[in-house]
Design a protein around this ligand. Structure first.
Ligand code: 13P
Length: 255
């Protein structure tokens, strides 16, 4: 039985005041008895405050990105050690905004993925196709190549999958991100199942265990149907994670 994870990606939103209000709002409604894990990923600058505020609750805190480098003259970058040092436990890697707006290649994303694991962080590998890629029938080709980059980082696919199994996968179709157009539960389930099948070709056991989240305009109004799908193990939520009541409503649906 896979555990559910509800994760909020706050992207580049908020102020110290709004972040404190959001964390307080989430914390006051969190129920320790929920079966699902709950994670928020604030902007770097608010990580420390969020982690301090989350202490003693079941709210986990993660970064939105990390450097593939160890340390050194890399202006503007934040290392895995720094995230761990603060008490972050997860980190997003390869979000489509990082890939498309900041030119992160799948190879770079794989380097970041490996660095996160090396530093004891749980990486959330984001994958997903653009509208054009969906329309020309290459959804799985794109998603597989994004996954392959991580698998190929390691000695062989078996070892690669062992490492992939230590993280989380988030399927985020680019056309559904921030657009209000959610993938239908059937469309999402189809890709989630295809990802799991693809991994099962290497090792069934790991494939059965790996959490695959859905992201892209998920909100309380559509979460129930999406989360009811067999291979959808949670959500990676952008806009709807910026309002405590809405985020909590999704957490409650996830149980
Ligand atoms: O990109 C996302 C989460 O990482 C999804 O964003 P939205 O929920 O705003 O579509």
């Amino acid at each position: 039985m896979r555990k559910t994870l509800i994760a909020g990606n706050w992207k580049m939103h908020g102020s110290l005041e709004s972040v404190e209000a959001l964390v307080n709002g989430i914390k006051s409604q969190l129920d320790d008895n929920w079966q699902s894990d709950v994670l928020v990923c604030p902007p770097y600058i608010y990580l420390d405050r969020t982690i301090q505020m989350a202490q003693g609750s079941k709210l986990a805190v993660g970064g939105q990105n990390l450097s593939e480098q160890e340390q050194g003259a890399f202006t503007g970058e934040v290392s895995g050690d720094m995230l761990s040092d603060l008490g972050a436990t997860y980190v997003l890697v390869g979000h489509s905004e990082r890939r498309s707006l900041y030119g992160e290649s799948s190879q770079l994303v794989a380097d970041k993925y490996a660095k996160a694991l090396e530093k004891g962080l749980k990486p959330v590998l984001c994958v997903g196709e653009t509208l054009e890629e969906r329309e020309n029938g290459s959804t799985m080709k794109v998603v597989k190549s994004q996954i392959d980059a991580v698998l190929d980082f390691y000695q062989d696919k078996e070892q690669g999958l062992e490492h992939l199994g230590q993280g989380v996968i988030a399927y985020e179709p680019v056309w559904a991100i921030g657009t209000g157009v959610t993938a239908t539960p059937e469309q999402a389930q189809e890709v989630h199942a295809a990802i799991r099948d693809y991994l099962a070709e290497i090792n069934q056991d790991v494939a059965d265990k790996v959490q695959i989240l859905y992201g892209g305009s998920m909100k309380s109004a559509n979460a129930e149907q999406l989360l009811a799908q067999k291979d959808i193990d949670g959500g990676l939520i952008g806009g709807a994670s910026l309002k405590a009541d809405e985020f909590i409503a999704i957490c409650k649906i996830a149980g």
